[in-house]
Design a protein around this ligand. Structure first.
Ligand code: GLA
Length: 712
């Protein structure tokens, strides 16, 4: 037996990835099929026939290669294909030059490495303290090699997977279905949890039984989308927030994706995930390779809160750019809901003066600053300062703001162009479009074709021109519409179904180039709020604008849903105007501030009058934000309660000494019973002193045991 610290390879090509807490195991069957054995709590060794798939006699079924009792429809597999006695949704489906659509990849060899190779052109998780297994499969008829890469981490109960396909033959292969992962679970009754929504109501959670047949969560919008987040949980029906097992998945991808959950005639549940196969095909030419997006998979047996803890620490330590890990985010004022498009050097500088006195640390100039941009009908693409509003340029305004001791941030929407713009006038061929169809608009704008290298060069040059001034500390990277009429003038007729994925490869190339060129600049990912909030974008941009819903009651469910996977460090929030511009609700400043508290990037979007009217209260909230910034960016977040009308969260500082409890009661009634909330993970013997507003006298102390076992 070859023994390595995290990956064990046993006789009969049995692979065991284990960190002592979880095990992921599979083997090559005597036929060369990769059979999945186990993903769950650690098992001491896998040389145990209990894990091996049975080959029971079944009447009236198929036999793989005429082999009695070997039916792939009933065998858990690592990377299943279609048409070899398995008729479920395959992980890979392709057609060779002879029109043959029956692939048959068989085990050939493996490699183990302590270095996880980064994926070419796609986001990858870092791999501190991990080992990587690459298993090579070969289909000799197709001349296709498939490399399945698995990484197991010593400190995270996470397995990452990715897949590369290499055409070793002399004929092209057409790939029309290439998922990144497959997990076949034992027969059973499971629930699934996924997150759906729309603009300003992202991350609504939906839990239901895994049905017979297929349940699909997907986006074909050219962005991971706010309609469905590219994350999924599958669990036994008994799992709740505090108890029970789950497996969960997150794609490191920001484009069209699909998660398939299929319950077979034998009640086995198959989950596969990756690029959406709808309107996708890829011509894999001889000698070329295709890399599937990476997926991360978590097993946890301590409820959904336990699962979230694993995702939070994995995202914090292995996904977000290293230079922003555990770095407190500055408090900020964003000009959007304060001024919309009506912003100028004068109003900006005046905002800076007002906010500096309140204790704001960064001023963000949102939309409206570039050539001719007086409303959302024009100017996207023309990334030059509007001389009417900023006669000396935006960089000069930034300098003035910085001289006042503030940081400066700037909004861009690089992937878009307005019909009314100089850029569109000179390059009408640069948009995502198909021949002879009038392009649809979204917010009256078109999408620039980032699969085209010339478009990327133009955008890099424009962004570089501003960022190289050294005056810009933060960029809000927006993206405000999704794709229609998907096609590109840069690619051949045969390759039009590659465009949506090539677009994402273009986005990742541009984003990685610009973030690498300016590593000190904090980038915030925004897409009309959470229209592209995923692990792919987080790999380059440490935080995201989760939602345009800045009204706090509307935000409660959004934040609660997002928190299943995403840590507070990745989320931005602000105290917006009241009544709210999104839903008209008037909410006290205290509640607006308390809900925003649970995101690491916290600020304001209020006009000068609102700032002056609430001067003292805002000073106090901002100073509280500042003094708690380190705890929120690195602390542990728990969901304690959510019954639709009451929501409670707990955030515990890394050293465990400070615990922040948020309790929000949406619609109250008189004379309600007194309820208790049990806190999580406190030190039973320690004393916790209650710090409360001055008008509530006294600072009583409680033991951790009381707060955890009896409640607050
Ligand atoms: C999107 C963003 C907002 C704001 C506007 C500006 O809607 O989500 O926060 O930046 O664009 O146009």
């Amino acid at each position: 037996m070859t023994t390595k610290r995290l990956i064990l390879v046993g006789e009969g090509e049995r692979f065991h990835l284990t960190n002592g807490s979880i095990s992921y195991a599979f083997r090559a069957s005597p036929e060369g099929i990769l059979e999945h054995l186990h993903f769950g709590k650690a098992v001491p060794n896998i040389e145990n026939s209990a894990l091996e798939p049975r080959r029971p006699y079944r009447a009236a079924t198929l036999e793989y290669e005429a082999q009695l009792n070997y039916l792939l429809d009933d065998i858990p597999q690592e990377y299943p294909v279609f048409g070899r006695s398995d008729n479920r949704v395959p992980t890979l489906h392709g057609i060779n030059a002879d029109g043959n659509s029956t692939l048959s990849p068989l085990y050939s060899r493996y490699e183990i490495s302590s270095e996880k190779p980064l994926l070419s052109g796609l986001p990858s998780a870092r791999s501190d303290n991990s080992e990587t297994l690459t298993v090579f499969l070969k289909d000799s008829l197709f001349d296709l090699e498939i490399r399945l890469q698995y990484t197991v981490y010593a400190e995270h109960d996470v397995i990452t997977r990715s897949v590369e396909l290499i055409n070793g033959g002399d004929q092209p292969i057409s790939l029309n279905h290439v998922y990144s992962t497959n997990l076949d679970l034992c027969a059973g009754d499971y629930d699934l949890l996924h997150f759906r929504g729309s603009w300003a109501r992202e991350f609504e959670q939906e839990r239901h039984a895994v049905p017979h047949g297929r349940f699909v969560v997907e986006s074909n919008k050219g962005a991971s989308s706010n309609a469905h987040n590219p994350t999924l949980v599958v669990m036994p029906k008994t799992t709740d927030e505090h108890h029970g097992e789950s497996v969960s998945f997150a794609l490191l991808y920001s484009g069209n994706f699909a998660f398939n959950v299929e319950k077979s005639e034998f009640e086995a549940v198959r989950i596969n995930a990756g690029i959406s196969p709808f309107n996708f095909s890829w011509k894999l030419n001889p000698g070329r390779s295709f890399v599937c997006p990476e997926v991360a998979q978590v097993y946890c047996d301590s409820g959904l809160n336990g699962m979230s803890q694993i995702w939070h620490s994995f995202i914090n330590q292995q996904i977000v750019p290293t230079q922003f890990v555990d770095i407190p985010r500055p408090t900020y004022l964003n000009s959007w809901e304060a001024h919309y498009f009506d912003i100028s050097e004068e109003s900006l500088v005046s905002l800076a003066e007002t906010t500096r006195d309140l204790g704001v640390e960064m001023l963000v100039l949102d939309d409206g600053w570039f050539k001719g941009r007086d409303d959302d009908k024009t100017s996207l693409g023309d990334w030059f300062a509007d001389e009417r509003k900023f006669p000396k340029g935006v960089v000069s305004a930034a300098k003035q703001v910085k001289e006042m001791g503030l940081k400066f941030g700037l909004w861009f929407e690089p992937e878009m162009v307005s019909e009314q713009s100089d850029l569109f006038a000179s390059h009408p061929d640069w948009i995502v479009q198909v021949p002879n169809r009038k392009p649809s608009t979204g917010r009256q704008q078109y999408i620039l074709d980032l699969s085209n290298a010339s478009v990327r060069e133009y955008l890099f040059e424009r962004l570089h021109a501003f960022l190289s001034s050294g005056e810009i500390d933060y960029v809000k990277w927006d993206m405000n519409r999704t794709m229609t009429e998907v096609g590109s003038t840069a690619w051949s007729k045969e390759q039009q179904q590659e465009v949506a994925h090539r677009y994402m490869l273009g986005v990742y190339e541009l984003v990685s180039k610009i973030t690498e060129a300016f590593p000190q600049v904090l980038f915030e990912n925004c897409a009309s709020g959470g229209n592209r909030f995923d692990l792919g974008m987080l790999t380059y941009m440490a935080q995201g604008w989760v939602s345009d819903m800045s009204e706090p009651i509307g935000r409660l469910e959004i934040f609660n849903g997002a928190s299943y996977f995403y840590p507070a460090s990745t989320m931005a929030s602000y105290i917006g105007p009241q009544p709210s511009h999104q839903n008209g609700r008037a909410v006290s400043l205290q509640t607006r501030a308390d809900v925003a508290f649970f995101c690491a990037a916290r600020g304001l979007s209020l006009n000068r009058d609102d700032l002056l009217d609430n001067n003292e209260a805002l000073k106090s909230h901002l100073s509280h934000y500042k003094s708690t910034a380190q705890d929120v960016v690195e602390g542990q977040l728990y969901r304690l309660l959510n019954d639709g009308n009451q929501v409670a969260w707990q955030l515990t500082s890394r050293d465990g000494k400070r615990v922040y409890l948020g309790y929000f009661h949406i619609l109250s009634k008189p004379n309600l019973p007194l309820r208790r909330i049990k806190l999580i993970g406190l030190n039973s013997d320690a004393k916790y002193r209650l710090v409360q507003p001055a008008w509530q006298h006294g600072q009583p102390s409680y033991s951790g045991a009381e707060l955890g076992n009896y409640g607050f």
